[in-house]
Design a protein around this ligand. Structure first.
Ligand SMILES: Nc1ncnc2c1ncn2[C@@H]1O[C@H](COP(=O)(O)OP(=O)(O)O)[C@@H](O)[C@H]1O
Ligand SMILES: *[C@@H]1O[C@H](CO)[C@@H](O)[C@H](O)[C@H]1NC(C)=O
Ligand SMILES: *[C@@H]1O[C@H](CO)[C@@H](O)[C@H](O)[C@H]1NC(C)=O
Ligand SMILES: *[C@@H]1O[C@H](CO)[C@@H](O)[C@H](O)[C@H]1NC(C)=O
Ligand SMILES: [Mg+2]
Length: 486
């Protein structure tokens, strides 16, 4: 709406002014006339609203057009290479439309994914979340496959704002649907382990006599990101989220669409899938760097900080998208998740990441390098190689057994809420931890590993007996009588 130079916009504004004037004049003259004029006023009012809505619809259509054209070119290429799915289902799904017709209609091409047919026998299980624009529900497909379905949230704030302005439920649904369409198109182009996987979509005539096309995105199921919960989880898990974010931002900076910026960057736009961070809300992503005339136009503004970027000879703010993402990652994620309880041998590296992202001294490439270095050090644990073997002298080892009837205790950063379950580098590190806690009398190691491949050790005060278990070993602390009965 803000681009004054746009001729269509000017035309609409003109129409608006003319109609407003007509209304004003009508009002002036209608003081003591009959209700017929009131109705005409109403009609004029509706016409203004309608033309503004049509204008907005056109703007949204234009916004997604580049992605649609990209999809079509790829699809045609795929077909000519004979690497696409079953051609009979494809032609059925395309309803015999020519490709160009599909683009001009603004419908998204299908490509061998889950579609409307698979949704017929689904079972809705729960609401997963909702936001300004969309509603997400958890469903099971007929074969028991769990997926997340994303719809336009007809009760949401986006829809509410539109209805207030235009009072046209169908038009508003169509308007808001463009955001979901854009998201689906972006998800088709952007593939990364830290972006939610699009498993398909469904676009069909709306049921219930409502008319209009309803669109559904079919996604990999995750769980909404709970920052409070994440703050209480082990450092290794919090580091995993931050590393995932760094990898995501690196990908976004060199994506097939160019450098992508997330305009509405907030933890609620992400979900976790088995502990891995995934971006799910993409409707507010942009692939354009802001235009500029001079460096003054390129100030990157945050509530508590601002950064001066430079205006390139091509008239674009250089590196704006990458830097905006990176600083948001710092202020919403890294500050809360990264430094707290980091292993002491890594605090220096972690602090360097905090300093360089908090000041935007380095770009995403250098930041990701630093993250991968932390991971590598954490996994190989060179800081722990020198733990003295004597640490284990205080313990007697029993292989092929596990404990039962544990008397546990809780510890900070535990993987389990009931007891003390921690990730360790080796039995020596576990011994070091146990020996440092007066109430620890034994610990065991099983085959259970964390995402970095480190074993999990479970620490306890006592237990009632031992049972055979090939995959487990128990370390009893000699100096503390554990009172176990074998
Ligand atoms: N694949 C998914 N699995 C689980 N929850 C999801 C998934 N996608 C989104 N959500 C939840 O639904 C909420 C709304 O989705 P989102 O795409 O952010 O909609 P909006 O554009 O309205 O903000 C998110 O904040 C998230 O908690
Ligand atoms: C950014 O530029 C403005 C002038 O445009 C200047 O006043 C300000 O000090 C600069 N800030 C930094 C951090 O360089
Ligand atoms: C990070 O910044 C602080 C404050 O500017 C400084 O004291 C500290 O030495 C820096 N740390 C690293 C690792 O650069
Ligand atoms: C960052 O790395 C990518 C490849 O991963 C490369 O294409 C790009 O040029 C690098 N950017 C900078 C600023 O070095
Ligand atoms: Mg959202």
């Amino acid at each position: 709406m803000s681009k004054i130079g746009n001729p269509l916009c000017a035309a609409v504004l003109l129409a608006f002014v003319v109609m407003s004037l007509t209304l004003l004049v009508n009002n002036w003259h209608s003081k003591d006339r009959d209700a017929k004029f009131t109705k005409e006023n109403l009609d004029a009012d509706l016409a203004v609203q309608r033309s503004l809505l049509v204008y907005e619809l056109n703007e949204r259509r234009k916004e997604i057009l580049p992605f649609l054209i990209l999809s079509e070119n790829e699809r045609v290429w795929e077909e000519s290479e004979h690497i696409s799915g079953d051609p009979s289902t494809k032609s059925k799904r395309m309803n015999g439309n020519s490709e160009n017709a599909a683009v001009s209609e603004g419908s998204i091409p299908y490509s061998g994914e889950i579609g409307c047919n698979e949704l017929v026998e689904m079972r809705a299980v729960d609401v997963l979340g909702s936001g300004y624009t969309k509603l997400v529900v958890k469903v099971l497909l007929s074969e028991g496959q769990p997926v997340a379905l994303k719809f336009v949230n007809d009760q949401g704030a986006d829809m509410g704002r539109c209805l207030e302005e235009f009072k046209d439920p169908e038009g508003c649904h169509e308007l808001v649907s463009y955001k979901l369409k854009k998201e689906i198109l972006l998800l088709q182009k952007l593939k990364h382990r830290n972006i939610i996987k699009l498993q398909g979509h469904c676009e069909e005539e709306g049921g219930g006599g409502g008319g209009g096309r309803r669109i559904t995105a079919i996604l990999e199921q995750g769980s909404p990101l709970q920052m409070i919960q994440l703050l209480q989880s082990p450092w290794e898990e919090r580091f995993r989220v931050c590393l995932g974010l760094a990898r995501l931002l690196h990908y976004l900076s060199v994506s097939p669409l160019g450098s992508v910026v997330l305009l509405d960057f907030q933890p609620r736009q992400f979900v976790l899938v088995s502990g891995e961070l995934k971006l799910t809300d993409l409707d507010d992503a942009s692939v354009k760097e802001p235009e500029c005339r001079s460096d003054q136009d390129c100030v990157l503004q945050f509530p508590l900080r601002s950064f001066n970027l430079s205006c390139s000879p091509q008239g674009l703010c250089e590196g704006h998208n990458e830097r905006r993402n990176l600083y948001n990652a710092y202020r919403y994620f890294f500050t809360y998740l990264l430094p707290h309880q980091a292993p002491s041998a890594l605090t220096h590296l972690v602090e360097r990441i905090m300093n360089s992202t908090g000041e935007l001294q380095a770009g995403i490439n250098k930041t990701l390098e630093a993250f991968e270095e932390v991971l590598q050090l954490y996994q190989s644990g060179p800081h722990l190689v020198n733990l003295p073997p004597a640490l284990l002298r205080d313990y007697s080892v029993m292989r092929g057994v596990r404990t039962s009837g544990d008397v546990g205790y809780r510890c900070w950063g535990s993987y389990s809420h009931q007891g003390c379950l921690l990730s360790v580098q080796s039995p020596r590190e576990a011994a070091l931890l146990c020996s440092s806690q007066s109430h620890c009398t034994s610990f065991s190691l099983s085959q259970q590993k964390t995402w970095t491949g480190r074993p999990l050790a479970s620490f306890r005060t006592g237990f009632s007996h031992l049972v055979p278990d090939e995959t487990s070993e128990v370390y009893l602390r000699k100096s503390k009588a554990s009172g176990a009965t074998v």
